[in-house]
Design a protein around this ligand. Sequence first.
Ligand code: 9Z3
Length: 320
Amino acid sequence: MALDMRRVIDPDTYFDHNSPPTNLGWAHDEVDKFIKAQSPDQRIVLVTSGGTTVPLENNTVRFVDNFSAGTRGSCSAEQFLAMGYAVIFLYREQSLQPFNRNYSHNTKGVLSFLERTNGQIRIKPEWEEKMGQDLDNYQKYTQENKLLMVNFTTLSDYLFLLREVSLLVASLGPRVMFYLAAAVSDFFIPSHSLSEHKIQSATGDLTLHMNQVPKFLRPLVKNWAPLCFIVSFKLETDPELLGPKARHALEKYGHQVVIANMLHTRKFQVWLFTKEEAMRPAVIQISQDDLDAGRDIEQDLVEELARRHQQYISSTLQQD
Ligand code: 9Z3
């Protein structure tokens, strides 16, 4: 794959040259209603989750995908709700969703939470309590306007929706947290260069030229939502790069927290980089035994971020 990285366009040009997703108007109205339904001191978090796709054809048969099951995002959304946040969950269609993640992608086997007894299908007794809690929580949070789910598929869908939601929640200021766990492609093929129909194999090998995606964290922090508490994620596979890249992101965009994680240890260990702790990031970790016992690292991570978010809110109130 030959990557053409010379032409870096700015974010506005990107929006001028790509089409918005079909759910953009719906998302605008729903987010608007959602934030108007919140009380004046309600803390709100935008959780992004799952990977973006980059289509290779306009009538898309093939696409390049970014790695993310949506575990981090869906699990964190549940934790934020438990801590009293209202959650806007911007997620990749078909990736894990809060309260459904243990059933839609059950690692113990398809429908393994069900059994047939005397001809009747029923939930296995060992699943009943957990399923009951998930059902109750999901219904409670959606009915109380505490959980709103908006889905994306492509990189372009994601960026349009991210900008739309950011501009809507920005006016609520410091009590809004951005928790940007979605895995977002760094490269894309501009729509004018896309093949209209399925690329044919008759001409032999395929060489792709991909442009660099403009860095959207910059306008998000500077222009779209400058008063909000912004947490981005940095994913690497080379341990030598993780710290330097996390520090670089903090310096470049000037936001509040970068959570650094390695692909293979992301369920056990994450580092929290801030301006003050750039050389000595706080570590959050759990053991394999914790994980086997059903404990998720997101419990500790979200608790810590909520604490820091509260400090941020208090410090901005003192400045007023
Ligand atoms: C993450 O680093 C997330 O923690 C994971 C979660 C994607 C690893 P899963 O969904 O995985 O639980 O399977 N997300 C951010 C990845 C990303 O694209 N970051 C960009 C980068 O590293 C910057 S925003 O350059």
